[in-house]
Design a binder for this molecule. Structure first.
Ligand code: ATP
Ligand code: LTN
Length: 336
C-alpha cells in the first residue's frame, strides 16, 4: 500500500525489441490495470536485469529508451503511472544486496529460468544471472507492492519474493507487504509463428518467428503469411493444430472475439484467409501505438521530463522502504 492505495509493480527487461507476445501477454494488461483509479502503478524498465546477459552498450541504451517510449505509446500515462528506469533508482541494487543475505543457495538453485538461461549462455554463467530473482524481489518489495502482474514464466520468481519477504518480516517485524500475483484478463500466451510449440520470444534468432511492435504493416502481413500451420487444411481450435490455434488466439486477443465466434467467421475458409485477417487485425491494433511512438520520438523534452520526474518519484518511495530496512538490520544512520 502507498498513500492508502493498493500498489502494483511490474516491468520488462530492456533486451531487444518487444514482441506481440510481450504486448498481448503483459503490456496490454498493464494498460487496462493502469486505468483503475484506486491502484498506484509502477512500471520499471529493468535495465539492471538486462546485463545478466552480455549487452552491447549502444544497443542497451537504444532498447531501454525505446521501451520507455513503447510503454507510453501503448497507453501507460506517465502522469498517472510511475514509469522508471531501474538503474536510475540505486535503492534496487542496495536492497538486493541485503536480500541476498537472506536468500539461500538452495533456493536459487531451483530456479528454472536460471537453468534455462545458463544452458543458453553457457559461456557466461555469471553470479548476476544466479541472483537475478533477488533483484526482482527487491524491485517488488521496495514499492510495498500488493499486486504483481506476471506471466506464468515469472511465477517462480514471485514465489521466492514472497518467501524472502516472509522470512525477513519473521525476523524484523512487518517491513514488507507480501505481494500477490496478478494474472491479467487476456493472459494470452502467444506462440512463435515459425514453431508454434515454442513461445514467441524477443530473443528468437529467426525474425520471422516474432511480430515486433514497430514492424510495419507489410512486414506484419508477410510474417503471418509465412506462419507455420499444418496440412489438415481445416480451421479448428485443437492441440493437434498448434499453428492454427495460435493464429486464432492472436485474432481473439486483438478483436475480443471468442473461439466460437472466430470458428464461425472462418468456417469453410482456407488458412490464407485466416492469416490475412489476423495480419490485418494486428496491424490495425498496432497502428495507433506506432503513430504515438513516432510522435514521442520527436518530443525529446517531454520524454526527458518524464524520465526525470518519474525516477524521482520512484526513488522517493523506494528510499522510504530502504531506510526502514537498513534501520531494522542495524546499520548506523548517516548523521544529518
Ligand atoms: P527473452 O526472449 O529476452 O527471454 P521474452 O520475450 O521471453 O524475453 P520477457 O522479457 O521474459 O520476454 O517477458 C516480459 C513479459 O512478457 C513477461 O511478463 C512475460 O510473461 C511476457 N511474455 C513474454 N513472452 C510472451 C508470450 N509469447 N506470450 C505472452 N506473454 C509473454
Ligand atoms: N523478470 C521479469 C522482468 C522483471 C519483473 C520485475 C517483473 C524484473 N523485475 C519485477 C515483475 C516485477 C521478466 O523477465 N519478465
Amino acid at each position: 500500500m502507498i498513500d492508502g492505495k493498493k500498489t502494483m509493480l511490474s516491468g520488462m527487461q530492456s533486451t531487444g525489441m518487444i514482441t506481440l507476445g510481450n504486448y498481448l501477454g503483459a503490456l496490454k494488461n498493464w494498460v487496462n490495470l493502469a486505468d483503475e483509479e484506486d491502484i498506484k502503478c509502477f512500471y520499471g524498465i529493468m535495465d539492471l536485469h538486462s546485463i545478466t546477459v552480455r549487452q552491447d552498450p549502444t544497443e542497451l541504451k537504444k532498447n531501454a529508451r525505446r521501451l520507455m517510449l513503447l510503454y507510453i505509446a501503448a497507453g501507460l500515462d506517465p502522469e498517472k503511472n510511475c514509469l522508471f528506469f531501474q538503474s536510475h533508482v540505486p535503492a534496487h541494487p542496495q536492497l538486493a544486496w541485503i536480500l541476498n543475505c537472506f536468500t539461500y543457495m538452495g533456493e536459487m538453485n531451483r530456479m528454472t529460468q536460471f537453468k534455462d538461461k545458463s544452458a543458453k549462455h553457457a559461456d557466461n554463467i555469471n553470479t548476476g544471472l544466479f541472483t537475478y530473482p533477488v533483484l526482482m524481489a527487491a524491485d517488488i518489495l521496495l514499492y510495498q507492492a500488493d499486486l504483481v502482474p506476471v506471466g506464468k514464466d515469472q511465477m517462480q520468481h514471485l514465489e521466492i519474493t514472497r518467501d524472502i519477504a516472509t522470512r525477513f518480516n519473521g525476523i524484523y517485524g512487518d517491513v514488507f507487504t507480501i505481494p500477490d500475483a496478478y494474472i491479467g484478463k487476456s493472459g494470452a500466451r502467444v506462440m512463435s509463428l515459425q514453431d508454434p510449440e515454442k513461445k514467441m520470444s524477443k530473443s528468437d534468432e529467426n525474425p520471422n518467428a516474432s511480430i515486433f511492435l514497430l514492424d510495419d504493416k507489410d512486414t506484419i502481413m508477410r510474417k503471418f503469411k509465412r506462419a507455420v500451420t499444418d496440412s489438415e487444411g481445416m480451421i479448428a481450435y485443437r492441440d493437434e493444430q498448434p499453428g492454427v490455434r495460435n493464429l486464432i488466439d492472436i485474432y481473439n486477443a486483438v478483436t475480443g472475439h471468442t473461439v466460437e465466434e472466430t470458428l464461425k467467421e472462418f468456417e469453410g475458409q482456407g488458412y490464407g484467409t485466416l492469416k490475412e485477417a489476423v495480419g490485418e487485425a494486428v496491424a490495425t491494433e498496432l497502428a495507433p501505438l506506432q503513430a504515438r511512438y513516432a510522435e514521442l520520438e520527436k518530443d525529446k523534452e517531454f520524454v526527458n521530463r518524464v524520465m526525470k520526474e518519474n525516477a524521482e518519484q520512484a526513488s522517493y518511495y523506494a528510499n522510504k522502504t530502504l531506510r526502514k530496512v537498513m534501520k531494522k538490520v542495524g546499520f548506523i544512520e548517516m548523521p544529518r
